[in-house]
Design a protein around this ligand. Structure first.
Ligand SMILES: Cc1cc2nc3c(=O)[nH]c(=O)nc-3n(C[C@H](O)[C@H](O)[C@H](O)COP(=O)(O)OP(=O)(O)OC[C@H]3O[C@@H](n4cnc5c(N)ncnc54)[C@H](O)[C@@H]3O)c2cc1C
Length: 472
């Protein structure tokens, strides 16, 4: 174990429940029945995370007479959508720098569409009265003493670019940053003011489920799609105890083993971890400031994200992103004590004034990494099946856009989005094993080195040249 992890860091996590904090909620809905017969539908949505829920909801909003069924192998919101950090970012491209690198000619449009998408989510939360502690606080990207000094220059560059795009941003020097949130490690920040919100992720998923059902979407849980087959002019979706005959199929299965083999080339499942403290006392809160309650995220490659919950706990997550051999996805991997120990150390280095605070919940979840670090789309079976995946850990807002575009594809509808290179192009595929595993480990190691030294090594420069480089 990392030698700088002390007994105090371990004590802080010793009593934590290995369970997502967000599920400790009276609002958790009853589970829905399992599908045990053959049914038919105009549209079958596979996956009850945000991608699937938005697709089902939008399908009904567009055409209330459309018969829509949604199936999930577990419960709606039981995967990433119910257990994430709740940062709802307008960016569709996993940040403006990644968007600039990959889609420079479309960046202004993508930033506008991303903002419209966030506004549409906000409107839907109001329209369906989804009680999910939605707060449009913005997010501060923080530069810290833990990383190479050159990272603050990157914030300056981002600031210039975002200003050029007409966005409401403020560059914070050390003092201005400390005025917002007090940490001895902060050297500056970039506050993106109106393009990010915070939300209770599970209550958002459950609220979308209720909204979809209120429009007539039929939802089956504990119903895993095990195969897709052509069926006349439609598609047959097989499940262990039943079948759906559908005209169209939308796949929102994220990092889980895909139903279409081709999708497996483009996504790698990676585990991300978070934890939540006990509620802070008024004195503890005062010691950190944070009156504007922004989401915070440091700007290193292996970044942390953290925020206040409605009852003033701190959710603290990120840093490690773990890929397992052959892309294993398994509930056992949602637990990783060594990562929680590292996260605990980083937490107390950032907020030493919170010494003695305990974590009450620790958990993990799986995200779908793609080599372009943002969503991509595709169709199969002559346009009867569509998929949207690859969000790489920034899908709380962009999944709605993912679902909307998937629906455009299934409806054969041309829109501003469907004409974009962003939507029409695919990421580069990952190599097969063992190169996939080795490549991802080498990249993680190299990104960690870059965070410490500020220099991209030969491996990262090679990836950059191939269009695979990641820079948070
Ligand atoms: C710990 C953690 C923190 C995160 N923090 C943030 C954050 O703060 N901000 C942000 O933007 N993003 C964050 N993310 C990422 C974000 O949560 C995801 O991008 C988003 O929720 C993806 O939604 P989805 O619907 O595509 O996938 P999921 O929520 O994973 O849903 C997929 C669903 O498909 C179902 N399924 C899979 N296979 C089948 C099958 N064969 N048959 C039937 N059902 C199937 C699964 O059971 C699951 O419910 C985080 C993720 C994690 C794990």
């Amino acid at each position: 174990m990392d030698e700088s992890i002390t007994e105090a860091h371990l004590e802080a996590i010793a009593d934590a429940d290995p369970y997502p904090y967000w599920y400790e909620d009276a609002d958790e809905p009853d589970s829905n029945p399992t599908l045990v017969r053959t049914i038919s539908a105009d549209l079958c949505v596979v996956g009850g995370g945000y991608t699937g829920l938005w697709t089902a909801l939008l399908a009904k909003e567009r055409d209330p007479s459309r018969d829509v069924v949604l199936i999930d192998s577990r419960q709606v919101g039981s995967a990433a959508s119910g257990r994430n950090g709740g940062f709802m970012e307008a960016s569709l491209t996993h940040g403006v720098a990644n968007g600039q690198r990959r889609f420079p000619d479309e960046l202004a449009i993508l930033e506008r569409l991303g903002l419209e998408n966030l506004n549409q989510i906000e409107a839907a939360i109001g329209r369906y009265q989804i009680d999910c502690d939605y707060e449009r606080t913005g997010v501060i990207d923080v530069a810290t003493t833990r990383h190479a000094p050159s990272y603050f220059d990157e914030l300056r560059e981002d600031y210039a670019q975002l200003r050029q795009l007409g966005q409401r941003v403020e560059l914070l020097d050390r003092e201005a940053m400390q005025d917002q949130v007090h940490s001895p490690t902060y050297i500056g920040g970039l506050w993106r003011k109106d393009r990010a919100s915070l939300v209770d992720p599970a209550r958002l998923a459950w609220g979308l489920k209720a909204a979809a059902e209120s429009l007539g979407v039929r939802i089956y849980e504990d119903t895993k799609a095990t195969g897709l087959e052509r069926d006349g002019v439609g598609v047959l979706i097989k499940t262990p105890l039943g079948r759906v005959r559908a005209g169209r199929v939308a796949l929102g299965t994220n990092a889980f083993p895909p139903l279409l083999r081709r999708m497996g080339h483009f996504i790698a499942p990676v585990y991300d971890y978070c934890m939540v403290t006990e509620p802070l006392s008024p004195a503890q809160l005062e010691s950190i400031g944070w009156l504007a309650r922004q989401g915070l995220s440091d700007i290193s490659n292996q970044f942390h994200y953290y925020r206040l919950t409605e009852d003033n706990r701190i959710l603290w997550g990120g840093y490690d992103a773990i890929y397992h051999w052959r892309g294993e996805v398994n509930p056992d991997l949602e637990s990783r004590p060594e990562t929680w120990a590292i996260l605990s150390r980083h937490f107390f280095e950032t907020f030493p004034q919170l010494e003695g605070v305990k974590f009450t919940h620790v958990w993990g979840g799986v995200i779908d990494t793609s080599t372009r670090f943002c969503v991509f789309w595709g169709t199969a079976m002559r346009g009867r099946v569509a998929y949207a995946a690859g969000y790489t850990g920034l899908g709380v807002a962009s999944t709605r856009f993912g679902g909307e575009v998937m629906l455009d594809m299934l409806d054969g509808r041309r829109s501003e989005a469907t004409e974009l290179e962003f939507v029409r192009s695919k990421p580069l595929p990952f190599p097969p094993e063992p190169f996939r595993f080795l490549g991802i480990q080498a990249t993680r190691w190299s990104l960690d080195r870059e965070d410490a030294t500020g220099r991209r090594n030969l491996w990262l420069r090679l990836l950059d040249r191939m269009g695979l480089g990641f820079d948070s």
